[in-house]
Design a protein around this ligand. Structure first.
Ligand SMILES: [Zn+2]
Length: 464
């Protein structure tokens, strides 16, 4: 519907309308300037190309991650930002090494796999065993005692597809990636596999973080492409007792030095009060970390630069933080909270859902009742800026925040997550296909404009 159409509906219903929109709306005016500047530039996408093609993926402990740290420092400095600095952080150092999974019986076939981050390796000759397929932990518990002893467990758990009503199915499906090795080892398995955590697949396996538990044997843990997990499930169901050989050289080395990268637009009135805009520089060791989270990095950088170019210096300081080690340890977020947690943060916003079209914001407050009342205020704020931005990004939700900024919650800092059109995010998340060609340059510029408006307004007037 057009705005004119909305006005007619409102008049018909006899409502007081957003036609109040005719009244001066300084926030929308700022948003309009920010949008015009951001969409006139290609800097965000140009920089994503520099990061993704020039440096590539950036796992904690890698030389590439430190190259990305140095790159970000140079770019933030050349944009004229204040207090550009590197905070030292020790990060976990896991290396994948060579790896493979092959079907041995009933016929030889290479399987599409990726080891999961933090997994132990196999002996050099690999682990060869029959695969027992279960859908979830209830099905595993229902098996006869010793049914998986000496075998490989495959958690063939399907992630539900994204829907507008329910959103992504990632939250529930990721469980077997995180704790599958513990569940399988407790049952006596010698290795564990998962169906990749995605609802759509072109035979691309998805990696990601996993955990062990003290006192439970550490067994190798890997993801198969959805198609290959489904193949093993069909073979098992038809009585073929599939046998797989898993070979992984994965190992964990001593922690390595890394850095969070900080830059500021210092507030004109209350410089010691901070609005944090964060994203993470590290990525998994496949693909290019383009949507996850190169897009967040370049949108945060560009948001700060757009405000500076427009001379929009808010009352409080806007601080961009490019965190290290979000993917496998959160050492960057924890180090930031311990080094800067006593500074007064009036809000922290994280962008880590890809560089898709803007949809809105989610707010997270320590007090659940306060959060419930904050959501409608946030919605009103989004509707007030939307006439200027024109993206229709007016979705307000609770349960906001982000992994890197989550350690600030204990200090009572209001946390916000940037919401995007995420229906395709998990198709490429943590895969070899998370490459810069999947990112739309205009969506990225829109995201930078949205985040610049959020940062300016929260720093000027406080979060709604
Ligand atoms: Zn991420």
């Amino acid at each position: 519907m057009t705005r004119r159409g909305l006005g007619l509906v409102a008049v018909t219903l006899g409502l007081a309308t957003a036609a109040g929109a005719e009244a001066p709306n300084p926030l929308a005016e700022v948003a309009r300037r920010v949008r015009s500047e951001a969409l006139s530039r290609t800097a965000a996408f140009d920089r994503l190309v520099e990061l993704c093609d020039g440096i590539g993926h950036r796992l904690s402990g890698s030389k590439a991650l430190e190259a990305a740290v140095a790159w970000a420092q140079v770019r933030l400095t050349s944009d004229g930002h204040e207090n550009v600095r590197l905070d030292p952080v020790q990060v976990p150092h896991w290396q994948r090494g060579a790896e493979s999974a092959e079907l041995v019986s009933p016929r030889p076939m290479a399987l599409a796999m990726l080891g999961l981050g933090g997994s132990v390796g196999t002996p050099p000759e690999g682990v060869t065993a029959e695969v027992v397929v279960v859908s979830d932990d209830t099905a595993l518990a229902a098996l006869a005692p010793d049914a998986v002893k000496g075998k490989i467990v495959l958690f063939d758990h399907a992630m539900p597809a994204w829907t507008p009503e329910r959103g992504t199915g990632y939250g529930t499906a990721v469980k077997y990636r995180v704790v599958g090795a513990v569940l399988a080892a407790k049952a006596g398995a010698v290795a564990s596999l998962i169906r990749s955590v995605t609802a759509h697949s072109l035979r691309t396996p998805h990696t990601g973080m996993m955990r062990y538990e003290d006192g439970v044997p550490k067994i190798p843990h890997a993801a198969l492409a959805v198609e290959d997990a489904a193949l093993l499930a069909r073979l098992a169901k038809s009585g073929h007792k599939p046998v797989v050989r898993l070979r992984m050289e994965a190992r964990t080395l001593e922690p390595a030095p890394s850095h969070n990268v900080l830059a500021e637009l210092v507030g004109r009135d209350l410089p010691r009060e901070i609005v944090l805009l964060g994203a993470h520089l590290d990525s998994w060791d496949v693909g290019q970390g383009a949507h996850d989270d190169g897009a967040g990095v370049v949108m945060a950088m560009e948001a700060l630069t757009v405000l500076r170019r427009l001379g929009l210096r808010p009352r409080r300081t806007v601080r961009v933080v490019l965190f290290t080690n979000e993917e496998n340890g959160l050492a960057g977020g924890k180090a930031y909270a311990s080094m800067h947690g006593t500074e007064l943060h009036v809000a922290a916003i994280e962008t880590d859902s890809g560089g898709f079209a803007p949809r809105g914001l989610a707010v997270g407050l320590p007090d659940a009742a306060a959060e419930r009342t904050a959501v409608p205020r946030l919605g009103a704020w989004l509707r007030a800026v939307d006439p200027g931005l024109g993206f229709g990004a007016v979705e307000a939700r609770g349960d906001g925040g982000g992994a890197d900024i989550s350690p600030l919650a204990k200090n009572g800092v209001p946390l916000f997550a940037y919401l995007v059109e995420e229906s395709r995010y998990f198709d490429v998340h943590h895969t070899a296909a998370d490459t810069v060609d999947k990112v739309d340059p205009t969506d990225l510029a829109r995201g930078a404009a949205f985040l610049a408006t959020v940062a300016w307004s929260f720093a000027e007037s406080g979060p709604p």
